[in-house]
Design a protein around this ligand. Structure first.
Ligand SMILES: *Cc1c(COP(=O)(O)O)cnc(C)c1O
Length: 299
């Protein structure tokens, strides 16, 4: 599984003396997108080895992980069950309609119940209702997901000094940190407000996976645009311009915010001249149709 690196040509980069590549994880697979594919890979193997025929997982109504799990189940022969936060809205939005078309069985639970998504008793209850299944946590983050994400930085075809990645649960960043094992400078851009808690999450995942910590990574917490799935006109404008100039589609929840933040840091001279930066495009473009519908904006 290899994602190409695309070098960007931009006056700002020249002015600041930095080189920037986008790692096109969004091109890994047409339906099992980007980091969600990396996170599923070893979990699918494990589910098969354990003799499971079903995958059960959790997510919001626009979740990239729900869409990816549904598509992966279809492709690799697993029945899939999606436990969706909140009430059913018909017609189904594009994400859930896609998941259903892949054969995913959807069940809705209240926000209150959803808080128990990691409680063993609740997980037992779900399996009594819907049958025994291999459990994938929300966002797909577990240690096998971290293992899959270490491969984002395996065999990189260029020498680089910095790597940047958007964050939700922090599983992908943990994989990058583990994969680089102390090498390079790593910047994680939380897509949500108050992303400081992710320091602890990443630390714990890296410790559990590597048996040690690394200090060559940091969080850039100021580019959340008001919170998870919140946007501002300047973000949408930036994404539009970025697409026109570089022919790369971003999405507003994760990669748009990361790229906006990265360009802002470059503009501020945060990176020394000669820096060679890789920005990871973690995919997730399936969400754009639903996002545009919901907010009545173009993305
Ligand atoms: C889920 C997702 C992320 C966040 O990944 P985590 O491992 O949860 O931090 C980033 N970008 C995109 C496009 C995603 O779908």
């Amino acid at each position: 599984m290899k994602a190409p690196l695309q070098k960007l040509e931009d006056g700002l980069l020249q002015e600041q003396g930095v080189t920037l590549w986008v790692k096109r994880e969004d091109l890994l697979h047409p339906q099992i997108s980007g980091n969600k594919w990396r996170k599923l890979k070893y979990n699918l193997q494990e589910a098969g080895q354990q003799g499971h025929h079903s995958l059960l997982t959790f997510g919001g109504a626009y979740s990239n992980h729900i869409a990816a799990t549904a598509a992966a189940g279809k492709e690799y022969g697993f029945h899939t069950i999606g436990i969706i936060r909140g009430e059913e809205h018909l017609p189904l939005n594009p994400t859930l309609s896609f998941a259903t078309s892949c054969g995913m069985q959807l069940h809705y639970i209240s926000r209150e119940e959803y808080r128990h998504k990691s409680d063993p008793a609740f997980l037992d209850e779900l399996q009594e209702k819907y049958g025994k299944a291999y459990l994938l946590p929300e966002g797909g983050t577990n240690l096998l997901a971290v293992k899959g994400c270490t491969e984002i930085v395996a065999d990189m075809p260029v020498a680089f000094s910095h790597i940047c990645c958007a964050m939700g649960t922090g599983g992908t960043l943990a994989g990058i940190v583990a994969g680089l094992a102390g090498d390079k400078a790593i910047l994680g851009f939380p897509a949500l407000k108050g992303g400081d808690f992710l320091r602890q999450e990443v630390e714990e995942l890296v410790q559990a996976y590597c048996g040690k910590s690394y200090s060559n990574w940091q969080l850039v917490t100021q580019y959340h645009f008001g919170g998870y799935a919140k946007v501002k006109p300047e973000l949408l404008h930036f994404m539009q311009q970025f697409k026109e100039q570089h022919h790369i589609q971003l999405e507003p929840i994760y990669t748009g915010k990361m790229m906006y933040g990265l360009f802002d840091l470059i503009r501020q001279g945060h990176f020394p001249r000669g820096s060679r930066i890789v920005a990871v495009h973690t995919g997730g473009l399936q969400g754009n149709a639903g996002f545009a519908q919901r907010l009545g904006v173009q993305v």
